[in-house]
Design a protein around this ligand. Structure first.
Ligand code: HEC
Length: 449
């Protein structure tokens, strides 16, 4: 018996008596609630609230609620997001990993704007949500008001005004009296049952259990990644990994030599690659096809004795191998402006934007790169080159300039050569090279009246 008593020695705290936590008055409709709120505000109460089934216009003013501080929180978060984005972009692009991309500046506010905008919006969205929750003391799963019977009507047609016991002006009798003077439907005391605020005991072990269960998939994935296994891995969707095609340097048993990559078959061409007219497809004079070794036309090609191939010795065509007309010229101008002007400049002088930028960078820090400035296309040696050679330059490139065969079709390459010829004409032209009426029109344009 004594042992059992010792067991119960820990005194059981008697639950404290429920105490008054405030009063709640119910009103018939919105106007009477608004009037009551105004009177409560004017009576000097500060810790009171209104509870309605829907948002009521003007209730903030009637209650004397101060404007929310949320906008400042959101503004702060937006500034933080924008600063983070700018700092991140500065660090990655202009500090930690400088990388020239088409001569663009490393750090430039206009091009950093999209990321900056996005991060500012993201941070403000978080700020708005979390700030709203924090300012409202949310989330809160329990409210003393729920214990008042008629309070359930707040979700349908009840309009309530509650004054809390913490209000400095609260008085157990006078406040009830005051509320009754506002012509409510009813006034109810709100009792605080003083229930323990400790979490239910099961909650912690339950949370720990769920956490451990939640970690199991991650642990399994980590184990699979780290441990070698000869069992094929589980593939849920296989069509991306296993496609019915051969990749470079893979085996196949389709061919006798087991090679997936096939060498070119001598004397054949890929579909669509055959042009009977070698002057059109290569810019070479017809009839020389078999005598010219195509590898000798590539940039930096070498003769067997080690000297660089002299491209001016190749039998290039000097006449355009296709019909030349205004349409081809217009196409050539358009293509030139797209593909060539960035480096060679709109007039072919060798002052394109990329060139200018690269020269600037190079002047600022000579170690940055070794940009070769393209020479002028409209005078000097390029002017005397046959059209076939110009065509070949676009096709395969020359020295430091890359080839454009993969981007520009054969016909467009000829169109560009035609436009180059026009640029060269214009470069050495005088006013007398253009028709008389054009001259007059131009003079009228440049001479002020
Ligand atoms: C990325 C910049 C760049 C672009 C784009 C570019 N070029 Fe060039 N080009 C160069 C450079 C650099 C050189 C000088 C190469 C050298 O001397 O090593 C050059 C040289 C040339 C030459 C002189 C070849 C010779 O025999 O000396 C011609 C002609 C030419 N380019 C035409 C074109 C045409 C036409 C286009 C448009 C399809 C074009 N380039 C696009 C950079 C460019």
């Amino acid at each position: 018996m004594a042992i059992a008593e010792e067991h119960h020695a820990k005194p059981v705290q008697p639950a404290p008596e429920p105490s008054l936590a405030g009063y709640v008055a119910r009103f018939e409709d919105v106007p009477s609630l608004l009037a009551a709120a105004e009177k409560t505000r004017d009576a000097g109460f500060s810790r009171f609230d209104c509870y309605t089934p829907f948002p009521v216009h003007g209730i903030d003013e009637a209650m004397g609620t101060k404007p929310t501080r949320l906008p400042f929180i959101v503004l702060g978060c937006a500034a933080m997001g924008a600063t983070t984005a700018i700092a991140l972009q500065y660090f990655t692009n202009a500090f930690d990993y400088k990388y020239i991309i088409s001569g663009k500046p490393f750090f430039s506010i206009p091009s950093d704007m999209p990321v900056t905008f996005e991060l500012a919006v993201l941070f403000s969205a978080f700020g708005a949500l979390l700030g709203m929750l924090a300012l409202n003391n949310l989330p809160r799963l329990y409210n003393k008001m729920f214990l008042i019977d008629p309070f359930a009507k707040v979700t349908t047609d009840g309009f309530f005004l509650g004054i809390e016991e913490e209000d400095p002006k609260f008085h157990p009798e006078e406040t009830a009296h005051f509320l009754n003077s506002l012509h409510p439907v009813s006034v109810d005391p709100c009792m605080d049952p003083h229930e323990s605020e400790a979490l239910p005991q099961i909650l912690l072990p339950l949370a720990a259990f769920l956490l451990i269960v939640g970690l199991i998939p991650l642990v399994l994935v980590a184990r699979m990644r780290a441990m070698p296994s000869n069992v094929p891995r589980i593939e849920i969707l296989t069509d991306m990994d296993f496609q019915p095609k051969l990749k470079t340097q893979r085996l196949t048993h389709v061919f006798a030599d087991d090679r997936g990559m096939r060498p070119e078959i001598p004397g054949t061409l890929a579909r669509g690659d055959f042009y009977a007219d070698i002057s059109f497809s290569e810019g070479l004079q017809t009839g020389v096809g078999d005598e010219v070794d195509r590898t000798q036309l590539l940039p930096n090609a070498k003769n067997p004795d080690g000297t660089t191939v002299n491209l001016s010795q190749v039998p290039w065509v000097s006449e355009f191998p296709l019909t030349v007309n205004a349409e081809l010229m217009a196409r050539g101008q358009e293509r030139y402006d797209i593909y060539c002007a960035v480096c060679h400049g709109l007039t072919g002088k060798g002052d394109g934007l990329v060139t200018q930028r690269a020269m600037q960078l190079q002047a600022a820090s000579p170690s940055v790169g070794t940009w070769i400035k393209p020479i002028s296309l409209y005078d000097g040696p390029i002017k005397s080159q046959p059209v076939g050679q110009l065509f070949n330059t676009i096709t395969y490139g020359v020295r430091k300039m890359p080839g454009y065969a993969s981007q520009i079709t054969i016909e467009d390459r000829w169109a560009i050569v035609l436009y180059l010829r026009a640029l060269q004409q214009a470069g050495s032209g005088t006013i007398d090279s253009i028709p008389a009426e054009e001259q007059q029109r131009l003079r009228a344009e440049v001479t002020p009246e």
